[in-house]
Design a protein around this ligand. Sequence first.
Ligand SMILES: Cc1cc2nc3c(=O)[nH]c(=O)nc-3n(C[C@H](O)[C@H](O)[C@H](O)COP(=O)(O)OP(=O)(O)OC[C@H]3O[C@@H](n4cnc5c(N)ncnc54)[C@H](O)[C@@H]3O)c2cc1C
Length: 375
Amino acid sequence: MTRSPINRRAFVTTGALALAGGALGVQPVIGQESVVATRPLGKLGKVDIATNRIIRQVAGLRPFRPSGFVVRAEQRGDKTIIHNYGHGGCGITLSWGTAKMALDLALATPHRTAAVIGAGVIGLTTARLLQDHGFDVAVYAKALPPDTTSNVAAGVFGVTSIADTDELEGPFRARLQEAARFAHRYFQPFVGRSYGVKWIDFFLLGDERPEQPPDFAVTPELYPLTAYEPGQHPFPTRYAASFPTLFAETNVFMPRLLDEVIGRGAAVKVRAFASVEDIGGLAEPLVFNCTGLGAKALFGDAELTPVKGQLTLLLPQQTVDYCYLDGARDLYMFPRSDGIVLGGSHQHDVWSTEPDPEIARAIFDGHREIIDGMG
Ligand SMILES: Cc1cc2nc3c(=O)[nH]c(=O)nc-3n(C[C@H](O)[C@H](O)[C@H](O)COP(=O)(O)OP(=O)(O)OC[C@H]3O[C@@H](n4cnc5c(N)ncnc54)[C@H](O)[C@@H]3O)c2cc1C
């Protein structure tokens, strides 16, 4: 998640936009409007935060492009390459959405045999949708789950760190709307323990009245806020607002996707491609580039840049069944079955995946302040 300035206009227009109709045939959800709470929030389970409950620190690199994700086709020699990469801080969120865009490009070609390069969430959702539409698929990847960035992700549904804020007002806006709306709808039947997908309440905390960040405001109907006044919620900030959202536990969702893709007949091969020429040697005429940050070196995308994010995991706690984000302090908490995830950080252009002890300390102390302050 990311630190974003609040957007008053977006908050108050949520209901109207929800009824206004969607881009490219994807209908927004009707009837989800932001409201002010009429009664105080009930009790919330408190995270048991202590240094002896820390089980690990992890860091990952978000594949960020200032102008947003890339989904496009190009011809290179006898190969049709379909790119699907650059999902920044919300690759889990947008996965099914951009996979559908990539599928549509593939359906316009005569080919029905495809190589998917990459076994993160983007490669695996793309492979599965292709299989659902009759394609014969092989997956090639330098690393498989659990060793992908997608496995590091907290896995909450929320568009964040996807592009520079001014890009959200340009032509990219409609593409983002299309991907987010499709993904939000497509994720829903996966809810259940076998996929690790669930609905969860997400609280935005702040001393100003919380409103939708600009990234959320692109599809405001997906985040219908219930606003809590001071005294109506247990958090130490003045205000809180919640919305129900989807949450994909990547430690369950990723291996399940991989199993399904294999179960539907895909050969999965561990292979690193050093250059585009390497790809030319593949047998498949149609190749999907789902290499995330790897696309920078492989296809020479100069715009791609890492945004390092760090997490501290505490022992799992079943009594905690909500998320929170203090946007002003870049602090967020998500409860997964393999641990309570405490984030976060956003370090642009940092390539190391080693957790930084200073950042770990700041994350821990910041969350302790929030949690100790909860009523
Ligand atoms: C701390 C943190 C928290 C996050 N939280 C969330 C969240 O709550 N919600 C959300 O939606 N998103 C979140 N994200 C963002 C999300 O993790 C990314 O957007 C997503 O993982 C990108 O998926 P991907 O499949 O493109 O990349 P990856 O998961 O990196 O997969 C890329 C694949 O391509 C392969 N590959 C790369 N280069 C080559 C090559 N040259 N040859 C062969 N194979 C190659 C890799 O081995 C891998 O298999 C978070 C990220 C971080 C770091």
